[in-house]
Design a protein around this ligand. Structure first.
Ligand SMILES: *Cc1c(COP(=O)(O)O)cnc(C)c1O
Length: 390
């Protein structure tokens, strides 16, 4: 069966009620038929659900689908994407270890690496997305344990060569950990390049409708085992309700991504031709500095584009006022098109020098292109670009 069929058909086994849609196991705990069964479940001579902090059928259904989509052996679902990112690091790194990361990371991932892991003497080195194989190689230290990256990155849409990093990690025995949130497994499967762990904010395209928070880490069994232990004890578990919503959403992920990407490319082309838009960045526009790499490792450009407007925050403010359809929010990956000014919102806490090195300027806008009709989106953005320039 193809992945799309499995995404639709993977389901918890039918209950006595013969339901068609997947049931929701909204329960905190599970019963024991006998005292002996309770004992057996706890000493793990019998496998089964005990308590929803550890496992739950609705959550497992979501995990099974993502493992299938990401070509991964096993996984753990978490309450948010950041819980997945943190668990993937905290469960596997110890004091004295070193982490090698791409500089262009989601704001909170950057804070975990620089402010939280550093408290436990876990050090880091950042590399630019333009770094060559030799530069990555030179940055590996004797105590380097993990490589962590995001591709495409939020919000700068910088790419990292997955094949190159896969080879580096294999050579040095490093754990290869990828945040695949922007591409989703529909556009890019990092495990094909040797990624050991793949983390997601399911809050974004996996839900795709702006309703629930969720996260997941999938990958090789040996690492997931430690991450599961960490999550079972520390408790960042995904709610069964959210898992039920997310599992249903995965049935339509491929369809939605096709439309998101189609809309995003068309809007990127239209804005690229607009005289009042200084710059447009999108992985599948030939002007993207890593266009060739995008073509190689992604099947489409994704749903996010960035534009740079002349005139800084004042212009951005006018542009946002002029928009009739697109909404202002810091979220992304919704059916509804969302516009964000990262400089003053999601990335406001970064130092000025950090913002500069990531290209996060006051005039930068991140557009998460939704599923509205493309003609309406082009009309909305082109009129806002013209009006705000007056
Ligand atoms: C939103 C996001 C996260 C964090 O996910 P939450 O579900 O908000 O915790 C991590 N990585 C990327 C790339 C994101 O866009």
């Amino acid at each position: 069966m193809k992945k799309q069929t499995k995404a639709v058909r993977t389901q918890t086994s039918k209950t006595q009620y013969r339901e068609h849609s997947t049931p929701l196991f909204l329960t905190s705990s599970f019963t024991f038929e006998t005292a002996e069964q309770g004992k057996a479940l706890f000493d793990e001579t019998e496998q089964g659900n005990l308590y929803s902090r550890f496992s739950n059928p609705s959550v497992q259904e979501f995990v099974d689908k993502v493992c299938m989509m990401e070509d991964s052996e096993d996984g753990v679902a978490t309450a948010t994407g950041m819980a997945a990112v943190f668990a993937s690091m905290a469960a596997l790194l110890k004091s004295g270890d070193h982490i090698l990361a791409s500089r262009a990371l989601f704001g909170s991932a950057h804070q975990i690496i620089t402010q939280i892991l550093s408290k436990w003497n876990i050090t880091y080195t950042y590399l630019d997305s333009s770094a060559t194989a030799a530069e990555w190689e030179a940055a590996v230290l004797p105590n380097t344990k993990m490589v962590y990256l995001e591709t495409p990155s939020n919000p700068g849409l910088d790419l990292v060569d997955l094949e190159m990093i896969g080879k580096l990690c294999k050579k040095h025995g490093l754990i290869f950990n990828v945040d695949n949130c922007f591409a989703t497994p529909v556009l890019q499967v990092p495990a094909e390049y040797g990624a050991d762990l793949i983390v997601h904010s399911a809050t974004k395209f996996m839900d795709g409708q702006g309703r629930v928070l969720g996260g997941i880490v999938v990958g090789k069994k040996e690492y997931i085992k430690d991450i599961r232990f960490f999550c079972r004890q520390t408790g960042p578990s995904m709610s069964p309700f959210n898992a039920w919503v997310l599992s249903k959403s995965l049935e339509t992920l491929e369809l939605r991504m096709e439309k998101h990407c189609d809309n995003a490319l068309k809007l990127a082309i239209a804005l690229n031709e607009h005289p009042q838009v200084k710059e447009v960045k999108y992985p599948f526009l030939p002007s993207h500095p890593q266009y060739a790499l995008a073509q190689k490792q992604m099947s489409a450009g994704g749903a996010v584009i960035t534009i740079e407007l002349e005139g800084g925050f004042e212009r951005v403010s006018k542009f946002m006022k002029a928009l009739q359809i697109a909404t202002l929010s810091s979220n992304l990956g919704d059916t509804r098109t969302i516009v964000t000014n990262p400089y003053t919102t999601t990335h406001a806490k970064l130092k000025e020098s950090e913002k500069e090195s990531l290209g996060i300027t006051p005039g930068l806008l991140r557009i998460s292109v939704g599923l509205e009709h493309i003609d309406d989106l082009v009309e909305d953005f082109t009129q806002a670009a013209s009006i705000s320039a007056q």
